[in-house]
Design a protein around this ligand. Structure first.
Ligand code: TRP
Length: 325
């Protein structure tokens, strides 16, 4: 089954490979080195991330899934029938199954940057749900600036799971929410999974799992550069580091060079000092109240918030403030 973009002709995507080259060269050239988080998700990166979501220490996915299961009828009551369900960063499309079964949407639109992975996931979904109209989009959802006007005839529900919103700085998260609030229109809704602030030990364990999956996921960035950009990173010269900064309420992820050495990428040379870090990801955590403030600033109203019993994770249901919508 091919990917069907028919309803989304107005959406244009940059060449993903060109984007990767630019992200990498630009990120490694700055005074403090950094790699954009979207670079994680080549096919291997998506597989490793899926493995992380099943690691015993990584409570996020399991807990979000349990919240969706527990509150599925409340979600259905808020959203209603026949919506257009858009999932940003659909990955393995595992969590969406509960929503598909509960909401029976008119159309499901998974958006993911990892093409082959997306294709496999939707093939599996289509065979479980033959009745479902799936229109997948392969690309970076940050490039979506407008949705086809015919979608507005239905309620659009955007699902953004896994606390991916926390991978943006709070200012950027607000801009991101504001943009989607405008795109989905007055009838539109958003369902967002958000990781909460908690004991740092729990966070440390979640981002430093004992099987080394998160370390492998982080280091896969270097393997990907070697594969796709003719790089010669020796991955044994880098260590995975994830640490919680409780002043900022954020887990920060790095690859740390253990020695002074240089690396070639795409014909260019980059030097690393011993102890120098490449910043690869942030994962901001929000209390329910903090996230509520953020969504209001972005122009949404929070209709519902659901949590697990230990308040490890939250799912926020956002709507438009337009009265009567
Ligand atoms: N959205 C996920 C999170 O913030 C992404 C993530 C999980 C991640 N583990 C990671 C990103 C390790 C980089 C490295 O939890």
């Amino acid at each position: 089954m091919g990917l069907n973009h028919a309803a989304l002709d107005s959406v244009e995507f940059a060449d993903p490979h060109q984007g990767f080259r630019q992200d990498v060269l630009c990120g490694l050239s700055g005074a403090s080195k950094t790699l954009a988080a979207r670079c994680f998700y080549d096919h291997r990166g998506s597989e490793l991330f899926e493995a992380i979501t099943r690691a015993p220490e990584y409570y996020l996915t399991r807990t979000e899934l349990a919240i969706l299961e527990k509150y599925r009828s409340a979600i259905a009551a808020s959203v209603g029938d026949n919506c257009v369900l858009i999932e940003l960063g659909s990955g393995s499309s595992r969590k969406i199954r509960c929503l598909l079964e509960t909401l029976k949407p008119k159309t499901y639109i998974p958006v993911d940057i990892s093409g082959e992975y997306l294709r496999q996931s939707i093939c599996a979904l289509q065979s479980s749900y033959p009745w479902l109209d799936i229109q997948a989009i392969c690309g970076d959802f940050d490039d979506i600036v407008e949705l086809p006007p015919e979608f507005r005839r239905h309620r659009m529900l955007v699902y953004y799971s896994g606390s991916s919103i926390g991978n943006l700085k709070p200012d950027d998260a607000e801009k991101f929410l504001r943009r989607w609030c405008r795109m989905i229109g007055p009838k539109g809704m958003m369902l967002i999974g958000v990781d909460t602030k908690k004991d740092r030990l729990v966070l440390d364990r979640a981002y430093n799992d004992s099987q080394g999956l998160t370390a492998a996921f982080n280091k896969n960035l270097l393997h990907r550069i070697n594969r796709e950009l003719d790089g010669n990173f020796k991955t044994s010269l880098f260590e995975h580091r994830a640490e919680y900064d409780d002043r900022e309420g954020c887990v920060k992820m790095y690859l740390v060079s253990t020695s002074h050495h240089s690396v070639q990428v795409d014909g260019r040379r980059f030097t690393f000092r011993a102890g120098e870090r490449i910043h690869t990801e942030n994962s901001y955590k929000y209390s329910i109240q903090e996230f509520g403030n953020l969504v209001r600033l972005a122009g949404f109203v929070c209709r519902d918030v659901w949590c697990d019993e230990k308040n490890l994770f939250s799912v926020h249901c956002l709507g438009s403030p337009v009265p009567g919508a």
